[in-house]
Design a protein around this ligand. Sequence first.
Ligand SMILES: *Cc1c(COP(=O)(O)O)cnc(C)c1O
Length: 365
Amino acid sequence: MRSLHGAGALVSIDLNAICDNWRLLAARVAPADCAAVVKADAYGLGASRVGPALAGAGCKHFFVAHLDEGMALRPHLPAQATVYVMHGVPPGAEAECAAHGLVPVLNSRQQIDAWRDVAISLGRRLPAIVQVDSGMARLGLSAPELQQLAREPSAFDGIAVAYVMSHLACADEPDHPANAVQLANFVAARRLLPAAPATFANSSGIFLGSAYHFELARPGAALYGVAPVPGRPNPMRPVVRLQGKVIQTRTVAAGAAVGYSFSWVAPQASRIATVSVGYADGYLRSLSGRGAAWLGETELPLVGRVSMDTITVEITALPEGAIGPGTLLDLLSPQHTVDDVAARAGTIGYEILTSLGSRYERSYG
Ligand SMILES: *Cc1c(COP(=O)(O)O)cnc(C)c1O
């Protein structure tokens, strides 16, 4: 049992905002369907909470990366929801995957053959998604594999192809020429496969236009508030608030150093608050000297290094006594978003979210 006061920081996750974000994307892709990508524990936010909330909002299609993630999520969703496993089935786990009612994304000839064999041995047709590589060279059938499959009509015996799928490499750059090239490759690849609906667009892909929507869109990051088109106004509602607790405050003299390696030296007498969040909590070490905490609208610059369990922020701008042990400072908030913090850390919002640690006290609203 955890003490209510025992955690170093609180993370609040707005499930209504996630559902609103899903509705916005679903409306944008209609009449296509809209899935939810809930891999990596719903981008760190808790798939067992996010999944049922989205199912309640009307989402029927859920994507995870690993078979284990699918098995963990399945019991939290209504029977009519489908869970797709994007990495497909590890060799030997096909019967287990089928027994759990999970739908694999078949990425290679071996995965197709193994799924076909288990379907035939079970004496029933098993659903699957078939993924083609349209240019990202990460997952999916290659062009030669597709040509070969097209010559073997029995290759898909026993497999009910629910969707043909591919994934965009540069969708977050709307003007990147790779988007149209991948789209053309995908359209051509579909002709070599059993006729089936298609799924192509991730969050950013949705904003490339309706040619990219096909029958099912697969957003992840935008559901969780990440801007789908970097550099453009973000239409998504913010989802996450992270508040770190002050443990101690102190005054340091001009010339005093703060933290590991003495990387920050006070230019004048300064007040410092130590907050119990560190890189072990996914507060990235690259935020050393660049991050900030906020009390209301007052920005409190992070000074010195990010430690494993703590950060130090300069609170000289605040009136004496405004902050003490137990005060909560915002580290992520609707005003200071995952994208803002990611920019300071030199990374993307996805990494800020999926790094969120397990020591936080979590609450869902
Ligand atoms: C992660 C992932 C998605 C979701 O991407 P976002 O950019 O988070 O919307 C969709 N499809 C595949 C294949 C993925 O790996």
